[in-house]
Design a protein around this ligand. Sequence first.
Ligand SMILES: Cc1ncc(COP(=O)(O)O)c(C=O)c1O
Length: 341
Amino acid sequence: MSDVVDLRSDTVTRPSAAMRRAMAEAVVGDDVYDEDATVLALQEEAAGLTGFPAALFVPSGTMGNLIAVWLHARRGTEVVVEAGSHVYNSELAAMSGIAGVLPRVLAGHRGFPDPAAVAQACEPKAYYYAPVTLVLLENTHNQAGGAVLPMDHKAALLAAAKRHGVPVHLDGARVVNAAAALGLPTAQVVAGFDSCGFCLSKGLGAPAGSLLCGSTELIAEARIVRKRLGGGMRQVGVLAAAGRVALRDNLPRLADDHVRAKRLAEGLVGVAGLTVDPASVETNMVIAALDPPGDATAWLDRLRRAGVLAGPSGPGRIRFVTHLDVDDAGIERAVAAVRSL
Ligand SMILES: Cc1ncc(COP(=O)(O)O)c(C=O)c1O
């Protein structure tokens, strides 16, 4: 086994033996014809988990967000996003380039905008201003270091948009982490949103795939848009099988990743040149600010030479992400390596 501790992202996990077995043995069919029993079972489980009537297996979180924007928002209108959001920063401007909308960017605190600012953005305007036709939120918030949207803040944000009849989509790539951190069922965490996506390929450890969840009507439309975007897949039950194992075996383990992230953060306190606040660690991410501020690349190189892989996270910051493939011993090794620099 390599001694390198890879904490760049929770997307680096490799499928478990149980997943590989399930993939090999999956009952499959042509999913474009809706005949893949394993995909249908996964979609049902995802709907059950999130409390939405229906769900659609999509190749990625990015495609799930794009389909949601396409369906909820009208071309030539605005979509409210938060400044650090993944959809705004890391999805190649797909909402503009493909769905034809303009992002209306609001500042956030730990990734979540102020409900008053959302209400103001959603207010009806004179006809010569583009209206807002969707609000898009992210929970947990990646760039904010896995921050969890508090339930009362969620309620206020939903109320602000709904007051003006504007739907709200949740980029819930890691909403299962939020649920684990809050100690609440995922369905309660996503209740009130008009649609929600979540990823199997992040903390849940599957090799690929996300679920877009919503009303039966929305998901029927989503299936058409997925095909139009080139995301109609055939015997994709081989991937859905891994996703089902992820939900069965790995969903209950997310809280362990959170404990390890906290332990990592505590272990990094006092390392010269890094500022880490363990109190800010709510889920599986640890942000370290460079002190004094500087170029993260040099730090990432130093860490790599010491056997620890981390990732950049905005100017002057690096990020460590815990996941299924790093156990307690791995975290101890990472802490020791960083402290020895
Ligand atoms: C918050 C968030 N949303 C969406 C995505 C996109 O997911 P994917 O890489 O499956 O397209 C990511 C990926 O890291 C993410 O962190």
